[in-house]
Design a protein around this ligand. Structure first.
Ligand SMILES: CC(C)(COP(=O)(O)OP(=O)(O)OC[C@H]1O[C@@H](n2cnc3c(N)ncnc32)[C@H](O)[C@@H]1OP(=O)(O)O)[C@@H](O)C(=O)NCCC(=O)NCCS
Length: 130
């Protein structure tokens, strides 16, 4: 799948009440997260977020810092929980990281993602009550 920069910006940049943030090391952007209500209207007491860390900066704690920021952001705004809708089951770093920050796997949609490396794998729904 290829995206233009404009398409990517539209997909990634949240509008209020959501927020998009970046992580920098020595003035270089090495990661980003976006966050906001998981659902509009009656579902907006539960938040959600997405993350990307530059491949060259992974394993250095950037994802953990972004995850901690996201949890704190939701807490300060009175959200009652955070739901990750689609954590690829074979993404061991993500599953480890979110679990270590307190998220639980509440269910797995079987074979919902076609991993280029592993073929069909599950998608976890992960949840942290706040
Ligand atoms: C998932 C992602 C955000 C993590 O970012 P990161 O900066 O590498 O994360 P951190 O360095 O803070 O932490 C990674 C943790 O995963 C662990 N880890 C890394 N590879 C692992 C593996 N194969 N199996 C288990 N744990 C692994 C690290 O040891 C570290 O845990 P620790 O802090 O307990 O030692 C990053 O890999 C990424 O952008 N991936 C592509 C996009 C993506 O998957 N987004 C999230 C979708 S839910």
């Amino acid at each position: 799948m290829s995206l233009t920069s404009d398409d990517a910006r539209d997909l990634w940049m949240e509008q209020p009440p959501g927020l998009t943030v970046v992580a920098e090391i020595d003035g270089k952007i090495v990661g980003t997260a976006k966050m906001g209500p998981n659902r509009p209207g009656h579902g907006d007491h539960i938040g959600t977020a997405s993350f990307m860390v530059d491949a060259t900066a992974r394993g250095a704690g950037v994802g953990r810092r972004l995850g901690a920021y996201v949890i704190d952001w939701h807490r300060r705004r009175g959200f009652e929980g955070i739901q990750f809708n689609a954590v690829v089951a074979s993404n061991a770093a993500a599953v480890h990281l979110w679990t270590s920050l307190g998220f639980e796997i509440v269910g797995t949609v079987p074979n919902a993602f076609r991993s280029p490396r592993f073929g069909r794998v599950g998608l976890h729904v992960m949840f942290l009550a706040l």
